[in-house]
Write a protein that binds this ligand. Structure first.
Ligand SMILES: [Zn+2]
Ligand SMILES: [Zn+2]
Length: 385
């Protein structure tokens, strides 16, 4: 229910004197008094209304505030329906007002600009930044990629050009605050300021809200963007797309869109900065006699790697320039390969026979474990001193 004008409630003109107001109040109060109107909720409500109106209009300061700002001058403290006396709101109205006063004063002290500070014009607000998580493969991180993404979010409403007013009409200067965005109240020795309740501090109001965006000036909209992923990105790399974040408010600039990269694990390669690591199986025979293995490379090709005679499992070799590119130039890393000597399984009878013979010759020259025990003995000798 919209609050009625206090003068109207008492049935007096705006220019009425204190005496006239008092007289009008007494007449109404008598007429509507609960003692005379038992079980008449309408009269009870009107009685409260009259008391509330008189409470403001009988008091010079409150009346002055009301004359200038209407009900807005007391907003926040009223209408909450707190505990009320049986005959209206005498006592608790004043306490409500002092709450409002503190609120106003708090705002004022909070540095929103003192009296005469001006400057409360409609403020354009920058849109929020957005974060988009993107997973890429190691191959994409190697070569770079062009990705298309769909970004949910809001954009300036096309129907009203983001103004929020039907047909793109310019918003009007707020009649309550004349565009200042705040209102002032004289209160005793203090002049206090608060955010204008009509326009919420923007200084402008929209007469006919846009039907598409309901006056907000923004609409929910998915956007499709083409994103260039540069070669060399890593997990944690952030790509900033300036101005692709949320649309700004009231003509403010858009926020930025940040793409957070996550590079997926690779089945073959492990990455360490610009270097790649790869474990390559090599047969026991190649490891012993020397040979060559083929290894896959991140560019999709293959490289031949020489296996030196007598290679042990875990031996590492470096392929220069077969790693990842550095994100901001600065060359390409290496690929480190590690040999994993494989013990043959599922031997045929013939293979077994050959290995048995190999074993016999080996035992004659170098009994199994001999070199190990030699090591242990020299360790103990060293301990003795
Ligand atoms: Zn206003
Ligand atoms: Zn609109």
């Amino acid at each position: 229910m919209a609050k009625r004008d206090f003068y109207e409630v008492l049935g007096v003109s705006r220019g009425a004197s204190a005496e006239e107001i008092k007289k009008a109040y007494r007449g109404k109060a008598k007429e509507l008094h609960p003692d005379r109107n038992q079980d008449n909720p309408q009269a009870e409500a009107q009685f409260k209304e009259v008391n509330e109106a008189y409470d403001v209009l009988k008091d010079g300061d409150k009346k002055a505030a009301y004359d200038r700002y209407g009900h807005a001058a007391f907003e926040g403290g009223m209408g909450g329906g707190g505990p009320r006396g049986p005959y209206g709101q005498g006592a608790d109205f004043s306490s409500a007002f002092s709450d409002v006063f503190e609120d106003l004063f708090g705002d004022f002290m909070g540095g929103r600009g003192g009296p005469g500070g001006g400057g409360g014009r409609s403020r354009a607000t920058r849109g929020s930044d957005l974060r988009y998580n993107m997973r890429v493969t190691l191959e994409e991180a190697f070569k770079g990629a062009q990705k298309t993404i769909t970004v949910p979010g809001s954009a300036a409403c096309g129907a009203c050009n983001g103004t929020g007013a039907e047909g793109g009409a310019e918003p009007q200067t707020c009649p309550t605050c004349s565009g200042l965005g705040k209102v002032r109240a004289q209160n005793g020795f203090f002049t206090v300021e608060r955010t204008c309740p009509t326009c919420g501090g923007q200084g402008q109001v929209v007469k006919n809200p846009c039907r598409v965006c309901h006056g907000s000036g923004r609409i929910e909209k998915e956007r499709t963007l083409s994103v260039n992923i540069p070669a060399g990105v890593e997990t944690g790399t952030r790509i900033r797309l300036a101005g692709e974040g949320e649309a700004g408010m009231r003509g403010g600039p858009s926020g930025d869109l940040y793409i957070f990269i996550e590079v997926r694990e690779h089945a073959i390669f492990q990455r360490d900065g610009v270097n790649l690591f790869c474990r390559v199986p090599v047969s026991m025979v190649s490891a012993a006699l020397g040979g060559e293995v083929e290894v896959p490379t991140i560019d999709g090709g293959r490289s031949k790697v020489k296996v030196p005679v007598g290679s042990q499992s875990g031996r590492q070799m470096r392929l220069r320039g077969k790693g990842m590119p550095a994100l901001r130039g600065g060359g390409i890393g290496d690929m480190v390969i590690e040999l994993a000597v494989e013990t043959p399984v599922n031997l045929t009878a013939r293979q077994k026979e050959l290995l048995d013979e190999f074993q016999r010759i080996q035992a004659e020259n170098n009994p199994e474990g001999a070199s190990f025990f030699q090591k242990v003995k020299s360790f103990w000798d060293g301990m003795k001193g």
